[in-house]
Design a protein around this ligand. Structure first.
Ligand code: ADP
Ligand code: F6P
Length: 322
């Protein structure tokens, strides 16, 4: 016997590639197991506006390969208040919806945690390019965002090498340097600036100057937005070394386009597993995959834990790019 009969799914906060694949997985897995399933438009805002529609197999056709989210997303101030959260829980109860899957980042998880404490059976799926959610190795969208950054750095490196120039590339990640770290390692960047590790722009600038003198023909510095603006870092490099880097701010390009196969597979597996746990009567869990195994962790614990930065990988990236 299933613990839930009618569930809903929403996407919230910053979108990420693979959210559509996750919505598809939730909808089809729910239908396959005999549940009714509803899509909430525009995250918690849509919930408070009662903007829900019943989903069928065809509602999620032709979306596994698309970036963005067909359910759209929003940042909803009203839901930050306890009155808003209570209203959201009341609306779900009134509609007879007994389970909710929230696909989003840390903020969206905070909302899911509140709903769970108000008695709604809730599951969180990590949908964010930032990879800043603990208790999962990767978040949905991260792999695609890193591929986009690596592709951009490959292109920049071509022209930088021709001109013997340096490049500062600003990537997303306000509080988490994982996009910078993974893209920096994968593209051989000479310096990676992240919010988690202190850095010295003077030392980086002088090293880059010395490297040019020793025969390096380019210098790539990847800066996570949370570690400082690309323009500011570039200005400092000029000040310390006379080098005049070209600055590229990749911005929202990193959040669009077709998800990689890794993100589609991650989203499909997590979506299916979330439905399974709801059916089994579980609630208030954030779903992740750690070392290839599904992990369901209390959302409360997830939102109160900071993801560990991989210092070993960071040091490796710097060692290999000398
Ligand atoms: P993300 O999920 O990408 O981290 P946000 O931080 O913008 O994005 O959060 C998305 C939405 O989640 C917010 O607009 C708000 O509606 C809800 N939310 C965020 N923090 C909380 C909170 N502490 N309590 C309840 N809801 C929250
Ligand atoms: O959390 C995802 C993210 O893309 C961050 O990396 C970035 O700092 C932020 O969202 C940008 O937010 P907005 O879409 O509001 O510009």
């Amino acid at each position: 016997m299933s613990a839930v009969k009618k569930i809903a799914v929403l996407t919230s906060g910053g979108d990420s590639q693979g959210m559509n694949a996750a919505v598809r997985a939730v909808v089809r897995s729910a239908l396959f197991r005999g549940l009714e399933v509803y899509g909430v438009q525009r995250g918690y805002q849509g919930l408070l506006n009662r903007d829900l529609r019943q989903m069928d197999l065809r509602s999620v056709g032709d979306i596994i390969q698309r970036g963005g989210t067909i359910l759209q997303t929003a940042r909803c101030k009203d839901f930050m208040t306890s009155e808003g959260q209570q209203r959201g829980a009341d609306i779900l109860r009134e509609l007879g919806i007994d389970g909710l899957v929230v696909i989003g980042g840390d903020g969206s998880y905070q909302g899911a945690n509140k709903l769970s404490k108000l008695g709604i059976k809730t599951m969180g799926l990590p949908g964010t390019i930032d990879n800043d959610i603990p208790f999962t190795d990767f978040t949905i969208g991260f792999d695609t965002a890193v591929s986009i950054v690596v592709d951009a750095i490959n292109k920049l490196r071509d022209t930088m090498t021709s001109h013997e120039r340096s490049s500062v590339v600003e990537v997303m990640g306000r509080h988490c340097g994982d996009i910078a770290l993974y893209a920096g390692l994968a593209s051989g960047a000479e310096a990676i600036l992240v919010p988690e590790v202190p850095f010295d722009v003077k030392e980086i600038s002088l090293r880059m100057k010395e490297n040019f003198q020793k025969g390096k023909r380019h210098g790539i510095v990847v800066v996570a937005e949370g570690a400082g603006g690309g323009e500011d870092v570039s200005r400092q490099i000029t000040e310390y070394s006379g080098i005049e880097p070209r600055v590229t701010v990749l911005g929202h390009i990193q959040r669009g386009g077709a998800p990689t196969h890794n993100d589609r597979i991650l989203a499909s597996r997590l979506g299916d597993y979330a439905v399974k746990r709801l059916i089994e009567g579980d609630s208030g869990k954030a779903i992740g995959i750690v070392n290839g195994e599904f992990v369901a962790t209390d959302i409360d614990k997830v939102v109160n834990t900071k993801k560990q930065f991989n210092l070993e990988m960071y040091e490796l990236a710097l060692r290999l790019s000398q």
